[in-house]
Design a binder for this molecule. Structure first.
Ligand code: ADP
Length: 663
């Protein structure tokens, strides 16, 4: 018995925890991935912000540098403006170069120390009137005053210019030793300054706007593109100051596909992992269910095997025992541990039948046992004999390969004993039946024996007389007498041999025999009886009759029985008509012996019970004759039957196969 391993118990809490572990680690993994993606994006945003700030600082510096440089240029040119009048052509050229070099300057004015407009480039329409009426000029004045008083360049507030753009001014006081002091005013177009001064790459990335003190946008450089809501930066636009603010907003950059694809593939992979974990779990659950079913199945199978009375044992291809069930253990008396792994000779083999058992074993190993099973003699552990019927079938493993042999073993010890007992009984019965027959025939036989004995006695006394007499001895006559004596003695001996053969108790001995000779012997046995009963025996035998495999004495017994029954059936007939015909014949693959009479025949109600044991219609009958005859016929794979004889009487026919094996 292969011990089934009990499953190692797992505490329920731990089991649940282990079940959830993959999900937990998966969730942690996803969280880590999400954090990584978020951090990367944050880092990216930070970088963008740093870049923005750097760019803005650069721009601010650039603007400041630009304004400062313009101041210096204005200062330089201012000295010349206040000295030279009218304007020298170089000065004019420098002025126009200042205005043309896209420095944001749209006009340059120069005022006397008192604020009178001395000149303008390009000329100002209202320049002829030193006006207080123009609001622009009011601003100019304030700025002018301030510049004059502090002696340094001062930036004025913004104001709407003629071209609908906002302007602002820088008033640069000029001090020169060889010219009267004055103020040179540079008028900037805010839009020009912001738009033209910025390099292309800057305006590609950012939208630049200038807001006034009230937060209104008064100049902007932008293209039509969505702006980012997060990436914006504001800083005071000083100079020119006066509450102006520079607002820089980054354009929304093009979607950066690589990180997006990366994140998407991570999400996709995570999805696949989740899916595969779920599939794995489902698979696991299915396996678990299969395992439970298998365990139930094997428990069921074990219970079934344990309850079975048939012994089961499996052997591998080398003949080593791999499995035995409890019935087999009970049968042999050995435990599973004592048997598993054992190779032939097995401990339960009978040492006295070792050779035969080995032969059976090799035959089974070579190709399995016969369908009707193989009988073997084994020995139990306690020494008792065990007769077993073994059925063997090839053991095919899960891969479809021949792994060994599975055998079921039936304990037929009792059956065999009963069979043997029945056989002995039957043999005894046959013998007693023969004895009865002989007993009934004894007086006839004694009479039969008497004849040769009396003849011998009379021949012997004749001889003696000759020997005692005076007459010369005739050698020829004496020889003849002695031959007669010897013949009579042989005849008596023959009668005694037949009786002895018929009566002696013997095992059935099947050997090729000449059927006609057996019939003649049987007729010889019953001849004397027939004569006494005035029955004529007519024997007609088929020649040449092939040999049949049979026990001569048993066949003889049948013939004697049938002839006696025939004679019994004709008791009532007049002696002249009492004829029994004994014939032999060939009928296909059968040799037949028929015994025909002209007796009273067999009525249907008797016919049905004819072969039953102890059925008889005779006062002195035993009713065993036909029953035993049929058993003998069947033992020889033959048949015993009867039919009504046309014209009255019965014919009993015994058929014996010519070739016993094929019958
Ligand atoms: P028994 O001869 O002791 O009666 P058998 O078994 O030989 O036992 O025969 C059984 C019965 O069969 C006989 O009693 C007889 O009635 C019947 N029977 C047997 N042979 C013949 C036959 N040749 N003719 C008529 N009846 C027969």
């Amino acid at each position: 018995m292969s011990p089934t391993e009990p499953p190692i118990p797992v505490p329920p809490g731990r089991k649940r925890w282990i079940q959830h572990l993959p999900y937990l680690s998966l969730a942690l993994f996803l969280a880590a991935i999400a954090a990584l993606v978020w951090l990367t994006r944050e880092y990216d945003a930070d970088e963008q912000r740093t870049t923005l700030i750097n760019d803005v600082l650069w721009m601010e510096q650039n603007l400041r540098f630009h304004l400062d440089r313009n101041e210096i240029h204005l200062q330089e040119i201012g000295r010349e403006l206040f000295i030279d009048r009218p304007l020298a052509p170089e000065t004019e050229a420098r002025l126009s170069s200042l205005l043309n070099q896209e420095r944001g300057l749209v006009q340059i004015l120069w005022l006397s120390a008192e604020g009178r407009l001395l000149g303008a480039m390009p000329p100002r329409p209202e320049a002829s009137t030193p006006a207080a009426e123009s609001p622009t000029l009011m601003h100019e004045q304030t700025t002018f005053q301030l510049a004059r008083s502090i002696g340094r360049p001062v930036y004025g507030p913004t104001y709407p210019g003629m071209d609908n753009t906002h302007h602002f001014q820088v008033h640069v006081p000029i001090w020169s030793e060889d010219a009267p002091p004055g103020v040179i005013v540079g008028v900037y177009s805010l839009t020009d300054l912001v738009v033209r001064e910025l390099p292309w790459w800057f305006s590609e990335r950012y939208r630049v706007a200038v807001l006034d003190a009230d937060g209104r946008e008064i100049a902007a450089k932008s293209k039509v593109a969505p702006v980012s809501s997060q990436l914006a930066y504001s800083m005071p636009f000083d100079p020119p100051g006066h509450g102006l603010t520079l607002q820089i907003t980054a354009y929304k950059s093009d979607t950066r596909w690589i990180p997006v694809l990366l994140a998407a593939s991570i999400v996709l992979l995570a999805g696949i992992i989740v899916w595969s974990v779920m599939q794995l779990r489902r698979q696991l659950a299915r396996r678990q269910q299969a395992e439970i079913a298998l365990r139930a199945e094997s428990a069921f199978r074990k219970a079934m095997e344990d309850s079975m009375l048939t012994g089961m044992r499996a052997r591998d291809r080398e003949g080593r025992l791999t499995y035995v069930n409890s019935a087999f253990c009970r049968m042999t008396g050995f435990s599973a541990e004592e048997l598993i792994g054992k190779k032939p000779p097995m401990p339960y083999w009978d040492p006295e039948h070792l050779e035969q058992t080995f032969e059976v074993h090799h035959r089974i190993m070579a190709g399995g046992s016969a369908a009707e099973g193989t009988e073997v003699r084994l020995r139990r552990k306690n020494g008792e004999a065990l007769d077993a019927l073994v059925f063997e079938a090839p053991l095919i493993d899960a891969r479809g390969q021949h792994a060994g042999w599975m055998g079921s073993v039936l304990d037929i010890t009792e059956q065999k004993r009963a069979r043997e007992h029945a056989r002995q009984q039957e043999e005894r019965l046959q013998q007693s039946s023969r004895l009865i027959t002989m007993g009934e025939m004894a007086s006839t036989l004694a009479h039969e024996l008497n004849q040769p004995l009396a003849a011998i006695a009379s021949y012997t006394s004749g001889c003696m007389n000759r020997l005692h007499g005076d007459q010369p001895l005739d050698r020829g006559e004496l020889l003849d007498i002695h031959e007669r004596i010897a013949r009579q003695a042989r005849r008596a001996g023959e009668i005694i041999r037949r009786v002895h053969d018929f009566v002696r108790r013997s095992e059935p001995k099947r050997e090729p025999l000449e059927l006609n000779a057996v019939i003649r012997d049987a007729v010889g046995l019953i001849e004397a009886d027939a004569r006494k009963r005035q029955v004529q025996l007519r024997v007609e035998l088929f020649e040449p009759m092939p040999a049949v495999e049979a026990d001569a004495v048993m066949i003889e017994q049948i013939v004697v029985n049938l002839v006696r029954n025939a004679m019994d059936a004709m008791r009532e007939l007049p002696p002249a008509t009492r004829i029994v015909e004994v014939n032999s014949a060939l009928n296909g693959r059968f040799a037949t012996v028929s015994v025909a009479d002209r007796g009273h025949g067999i009525p249907a109600e008797i016919a049905a019970r004819l072969f039953e044991p102890f059925f008889t219609t005779k006062a002195e009958g035993m009713g065993m004759g036909l029953n035993i005859c049929r058993s003998i016929a069947e033992l020889h794979h033959g048949r015993l039957g009867f039919e009504l004889r046309p014209g009255g009487g019965t014919i009993f026919t015994l058929s014996l196969p010519l070739d016993a094996e094929s019958a």
